[in-house]
Design a protein around this ligand. Structure first.
Ligand SMILES: *Cc1c(COP(=O)(O)O)cnc(C)c1O
Length: 331
C-alpha cells in the first residue's frame, strides 16, 4: 500500500486573528470610543474557534489521531468540526432533535464525520456522546465552555485587542454570557495584561440569565429551563468559576430582552453591514437600548470600549426578517 503523503497538509491554527475596528456610529451613540472585535470572522463563524480550538489543539499534542466528540448542535459543535478539520483529525457531533436542519447541514458541510441526532434536549445528546466516547479510549470530549483550555483560548481575544490598541488595555469589554467561557477568557486575558481592574459587562438575555440569577441569590443557581430565543446563551448553570469571577465589583451583569437582542441584530446589519445571531445581538443591545452609561457611569469620552462581536451561525436574512415581524415593537 502506498503511504499517504501528508507533507503538503500544513496543520493550521483553528482560529485567526480578527480585526478590531472602531465604529463611528456606536462611538457617537455611547459617547466614548467603541471598537468592534470581529470574531464573527472566525473560521467556524464564532469566537468558539478560539476556546474549543485550543482545547482540541492541546488534546492532539501527543497523539494527532484522536477522534473528537462534541455534543453541541450550535456554534461549539461547528467550532469543534472546523478545528478538527484544520488540524487533520475527525469529529462526531451529537445533537438533540431540537437542533434545526439549518444548523445540522452547516455542521455537515463543515466536515463532520457524522451528525447523530439523539434525544429531545442537550442532556440526552450529551449522554449519547459519552456513550460513544466509552467505546473510543483515545477519543476527546469537547465541552462548549467549561474547561481551562477553553478559557485560555478565549483569552487570546484580549492579547489581540491590546496589540491592536497599540499596547492599551480596553477600559470596558462587553461580552455575551452563556456558560461563561468567553467571560472567563476575557477576565484571564485582562489579568495577564495588568488590566484586572478594568470593567467587563457580562450580558445575558431574559430567560437565559443564569449568571444574573446566581449573583442575585449569592450562590450558583440552576435555571429550571431556558425560555430565551438566544439558545447559544442557554446554559442552565454557568461554570462555577464564572460565578466566582462575576462577583468582583469590576464586573457588571446586564440582562436584555429577546426583543432588544433581536432588534440589535437587525440594526447591526443595517449600520455595520454584518450578520450576527441573537446571542451576539444581546451584547450590542446594551449599547443600542440599555445605554452603556447606565451600567458604567464612570465612562468618559476617552474610554476605550471593546464589544466582542462573538458572531454565531444561527442567522440569515430570513431569520432577521422574522425578527423584524415579531420583535420590532415589543419590550
Ligand atoms: C457560545 C456562545 C456565547 C456564550 O459563550 P459562553 O462561553 O458559553 O459564555 C455567546 N455568543 C455566541 C455566538 C456563542 O456561540
Amino acid at each position: 500500500m502506498t503511504k499517504l503523503d501528508t507533507s503538503a497538509v500544513v496543520p493550521q491554527l483553528p482560529w485567526v486573528k480578527t480585526p478590531l475596528l472602531k465604529s463611528s456610529a456606536l462611538s457617537k451613540l455611547a459617547g466614548c470610543e467603541v471598537y468592534l472585535k470581529l470574531d464573527l470572522l472566525q473560521p467556524s463563524g464564532s469566537f468558539k474557534s478560539r476556546g474549543v480550538g485550543n482545547l482540541i489543539l492541546k488534546s492532539l499534542s501527543s497523539n494527532s489521531n484522536r477522534h473528537i466528540y462534541s455534543s453541541s448542535g450550535g456554534n461549539a459543535g461547528l467550532a469543534a468540526v472546523s478545528a478538527s478539520v484544520s488540524l487533520g483529525t475527525s469529529c462526531t457531533v451529537c445533537v438533540p432533535t431540537a437542533t434545526s436542519e439549518f444548523m445540522k447541514s452547516k455542521i455537515l458541510v463543515a466536515g463532520a464525520t457524522s451528525v447523530i441526532t439523539h434525544g429531545a434536549s442537550w442532556v440526552e445528546a450529551d449522554s449519547m456522546t459519552r456513550k460513544l466516547l466509552k467505546a473510543d479510549p483515545t477519543g476527546v470530549y469537547c465541552s462548549p465552555f467549561d474547561h481551562p483550555d477553553i478559557w485560555e483560548g478565549n483569552s487570546t481575544i484580549v492579547d489581540e485587542c491590546v496589540e491592536q490598541l497599540g499596547g492599551g488595555v480596553p477600559d470596558v469589554m462587553i461580552a455575551s454570557v452563556g456558560g461563561g467561557g468567553l467571560f472567563l477568557g476575557l477576565a484571564q486575558g485582562l489579568r495577564r495584561h495588568g488590566g484586572s481592574g478594568k470593567t467587563i459587562v457580562a450580558v445575558e438575555t431574559e430567560g437565559a440569565e443564569s449568571l444574573a440569577e446566581s449573583l442575585k441569590a449569592g450562590k450558583l443557581v440552576t435555571l429550571p429551563g431556558i425560555s430565551s430565543i438566544a439558545t447559544s446563551l442557554g446554559a442552565r448553570t454557568v461554570a462555577e468559576k464564572a460565578f466566582e469571577e462575576a462577583q468582583r465589583s469590576e464586573v457588571r451583569s446586564a440582562v436584555v430582552s429577546d426583543a432588544a437582542a433581536a432588534r440589535a441584530c437587525i440594526r447591526f446589519a443595517d449600520e455595520e453591514r454584518m450578520l450576527i445571531e441573537v446571542a451576539c445581538g444581546a451584547s450590542l443591545a446594551v449599547l443600542y437600548e440599555t445605554g452603556l452609561k447606565n451600567l458604567v457611569p464612570e465612562l468618559t469620552p476617552e474610554s476605550k470600549v471593546v464589544v466582542v462581536v462573538c458572531g454565531g451561525n444561527n442567522t440569515s436574512l430570513e431569520i432577521l426578517e422574522k425578527y423584524k415581524q415579531e420583535y420590532a415593537l415589543r419590550d
